[in-house]
Design a protein around this ligand. Structure first.
Ligand SMILES: [Zn+2]
Length: 256
């Protein structure tokens, strides 16, 4: 009976009954606002998640979001048989897990993580913070374990990472990534290539041929003007884009 009266009243006033639905819509909006301050992604450090500024504030602020610490058990388990393989050169105690946030061109705050050598952990955490403060775009900062430690796959996905126990592609020599002393940034747009004696070009990732040409402007491009280049080289790293026998535009490694 009341419902009928409401409909009638609504009809008389020329308003849509949907306005009551509208009221619940605004409740939904309120709930969304509450949800974005949800700190779960930060407490569980869910790399790949997007978080709001209010969630970062509720979590304790930026300082808590940029830190290097011993490899947590859960991360260590994820690394086994993927980025970490039993070997005589590097162990768990040599490595650190870095928590970091990063921006992308979508203007959102992304949760990232990286495993690096303890020698450079604090420096890398500081550089990632400086990149964040400058809103430097990084698309993804996941552990390569997400890609089963397959370098080609993570590069095609434009992932940024450091530690992975493996040899330099095409050789048996240990890569600086195998010691967590090299960092790759925005890897699809900053590929590796080497020109072979027969004139053919070996490119990693294989999908990045057009980004081997550095004469045009495209997103995520690292060059000598780039902030990432400046911060890493100032901190004692060399850039693979400066190499002459091959080019590795994504790659910064500690000079030892
Ligand atoms: Zn590299």
């Amino acid at each position: 009976m009341k419902q009928t009266k409401l409909w009638t009243l609504a009809a008389l006033l020329g308003v849509s009954i949907a306005s009551s639905t509208g009221a619940s819509c605004s409740n939904v909006d309120n709930n969304t606002v509450v949800a974005t301050a949800d700190t779960t992604a930060l407490h569980q450090w869910q790399a790949g998640a997007v978080v709001s500024q209010s969630a970062v504030d509720a979590f304790g602020g930026l300082d808590r979001c940029f830190a290097a610490e011993p490899i947590p058990d859960q991360v260590w388990q994820r690394m086994q048989g993927k980025t970490y393989k039993e070997n005589p050169y590097i162990g768990r105690d040599d490595l650190r897990h870095i928590r970091a946030l990063h921006w992308d061109y979508d203007e959102q705050i992304h949760v990232g993580e990286m495993v690096v050598n303890k020698q450079i952990a604090d420096v890398v955490a500081r550089i990632l913070r400086q990149l964040y403060d400058a809103k430097y775009p990084i698309q993804r900062m996941l552990l390569p374990d997400v890609y089963d430690a397959d370098d080609e796959t993570q590069m095609r996905d434009n992932n940024s990472s450091s530690f992975c126990y493996r040899a330099i592609a095409g050789t048996t020599k240990l890569s600086k990534h195998a010691r967590g002393l090299a960092i790759d940034i925005n890897t699809l747009y900053n590929p590796y290539y080497k020109d072979r004696a027969d004139g053919s070009r070996y490119i990693q990732p294989a999908t990045a041929a057009k980004y081997c040409d550095r004469t045009w402007n495209f997103p995520y491009k690292i060059d000598h003007e780039d902030l990432c280049f400046r911060l890493f080289t100032e901190a004692g790293f060399e850039w693979g884009g400066d190499w002459t026998s091959c080019k590795d535009f994504q790659h910064f490694e500690l000079i030892e």
